[in-house]
Design a protein around this ligand. Structure first.
Ligand SMILES: [Zn+2]
Length: 352
């Protein structure tokens, strides 16, 4: 399909708007985007490795495929949802607004092919974020919504009509039985958000855990904007303790494997090692000597030097291996650096 065709352009725009609030922020700050962007002056990045790309989307801008048996996934190449067909209706897992009405189209397509019901009876929330469940209200009021108890609290305070609060909540564990199918929901502590849940399909060899590990891509800006950095670094270990073959990460165009997750863990460990080495190596003295009483200027330049020292070798190692290593490794390194300093106390010095 031509890159200028209408559905592609439309889904691209929806996707960019959903993924990043960055342009709005840059405009407010009077940044580079105060000038209209021009393709000639925008920076170039390394090509995306083919291994990071998934199947092509159809003319309506989505792809739907089987994960295993009656478990399916839907993607627009930037966001993912999943659904389980059962003899009593469909259980949907997340409703990203960027996929929007294509969710029901994908379900209709699979239901028609298999002669099963296309009626969504249950909607499971991975976590409260609008970019993953902002299409929830499209499924009306005659749907049982399920989420972790903190998702209910957060959604109640956020009061967004697009994201009705869950009707059924759980604190640590909940087994969902619908139409002869079972799904295990679990909360193992805070990570990306306080309510982020592990969705395990024991009869389909699949784990869904959103916004932690995005198969074959580096994390989104600043380590996926994770609220709890140590919890998010630990989450893949918890995920690996489950039996699964297929992984649904909520983002980009493909599913993940256990080998993909090991590769991602290595990437994070390489950043952590790089940060510890940089904190022990980069001397802050010249930065504070130069900027005197402008402590923020000294801190900014010193930390930028630490990030460059730590992230440089990681970017080099993962270019061509993880997509967009040159785009977001530095901002993720900054997030991990700050957590290592502030949460772990690494490199803290007590005045003599
Ligand atoms: Zn999120």
């Amino acid at each position: 399909m031509s890159p200028n065709s209408a559905p592609n352009r439309r889904s691209f725009l929806a996707r960019s708007a959903a993924i990043a609030a960055v342009p709005a922020v840059a405009t407010l700050a009077g940044g580079a985007l105060a000038e209209p962007a021009s393709a000639d002056t925008l920076p170039d990045y390394a090509p995306i490795p083919p291994s990071a790309l998934g199947p092509a989307v159809n003319a309506q801008g989505y792809f739907v495929g089987r994960v295993e048996k009656n478990l399916y996934w839907v993607t627009d190449s930037a966001y993912q949802a999943a659904f389980l067909t059962t003899r009593e209706g469909v259980v949907l897992f997340d409703a990203p607004p960027s996929i929007g009405h294509n969710l029901q189209r994908a379900i209709d397509q699979i239901a028609a092919e298999n002669g099963v019901s296309n009626k969504v009876t249950h909607l499971v929330y991975s976590h409260h974020h609008a970019d993953h469940i902002g299409g929830s209200s499209l499924f009306g009021t005659d749907v049982v919504r399920i989420g972790q108890v903190q998702a209910r609290q957060l959604l109640a305070s956020e009061n967004d009509p697009a994201r009705p609060v869950p009707d059924v909540t759980f604190k640590t564990k909940h087994t969902l039985n619908v139409g002869g199918e079972r799904v295990n929901l679990a909360w193992h502590g805070t990570n990306h958000t306080p309510d982020n849940s592990y969705i395990h399909f024991p009869d389909h060899d699949t784990l869904m855990l959103v916004d932690i590990f995005l198969p074959r891509w580096v994390p989104f800006d600043s380590f996926n904007l994770n609220e709890d950095v140590p919890g998010s670094i630990a989450a893949p270990d918890t995920a690996m303790a489950y039996p699964w073959k297929h992984f649904i990460g909520g983002h980009m165009g493909r599913l993940g494997t256990r080998a993909d997750m090991v590769l991602y863990q290595q990437y994070v460990n390489d950043i952590i090692d790089g940060v510890k080495k940089a904190l022990a190596t980069v001397d802050p003295t010249p930065f504070f000597a130069k900027y005197g009483n402008n402590v923020w200027a000294a801190a900014q330049q010193y930390l930028a030097a630490v990030v460059a020292y730590a992230s440089g070798p990681v970017i080099k190692k993962y270019l061509g291996v993880l997509a967009a290593a040159d785009v977001y490794t530095a901002s993720t390194t900054f997030a991990i650096l700050e957590s290592i300093r502030l949460d772990l106390g690494f490199g803290s010095q007590v005045h003599p």
